[in-house]
Design a protein around this ligand. Structure first.
Ligand code: HEC
Length: 152
């Protein structure tokens, strides 16, 4: 019993510390905005690299495609932690990201699920599967932009 209460006490003491360190991962709101925009920009670059393969302009190099899709998969996890409180108002991120947090989360999850499918398609080495999965990823980028990214 004594042990348990010690553990509980430690949890209570540590939880706020852990939370504050998680929130302090960006020193300034501008850093968070730069981070998420950079991740999106790199996503765009790596999605574009698939285009010549999808269009049949270059030979389907399965290993190169898999390596590129692995980068996309990692990038697909990065922008979201950079949409914290205090980072709205000065970029193309619409206020709906914060006022409709559940909808924004759903758009993220749909996108990440489509990237998991893209990865499976890349592993299959089947070009027609890759085309269809890449189309779904592109559609989920666009769906989120339509609702949550301001047009410049
Ligand atoms: C769940 C929502 C969501 C998804 C999914 C999403 N984006 Fe975005 N994207 C945004 C938001 C919001 C911004 C604006 C960020 C800002 O300016 O703070 C943005 C900005 C961008 C930008 C501009 C970055 C800059 O330099 O300002 C590019 C390029 C981009 N996204 C590409 C993509 C691509 C490509 C995909 C899919 C592979 C994608 N996005 C998926 C929400 C999303």
């Amino acid at each position: 019993m004594k042990k348990l209460s010690l553990v509980l006490a430690a949890t209570v003491v540590c939880a706020p510390l852990w939370m504050s360190s998680a929130q302090a991962q960006f020193a300034k709101p501008e850093d968070a905005i730069k981070y998420r925009q950079s991740a999106f920009s790199m996503l765009s670059t790596h999605m574009s690299r698939l285009q010549p393969v999808l269009k049949g302009q270059v030979a389907f190099d399965a290993a190169a495609v898999k390596a590129n899709v692995a980068v996309i998969q990692t990038l697909s996890t990065l922008p979201w932690s950079a949409f914290g409180a205090g980072t709205q108002g000065t970029s193309s991120a619409k206020p709906e990201i914060w006022s409709d947090a559940a909808g924004f989360k759903a758009a993220q999850q749909k996108f990440q699920a489509s990237v998991v499918q893209l990865s499976a398609a890349a592993d299959s080495g089947d070009l027609s599967k890759l085309r269809s999965a890449a189309g779904d990823v592109g559609a989920s980028c666009k769906a989120c932009h339509d609702s949550y990214r301001a047009k410049k």
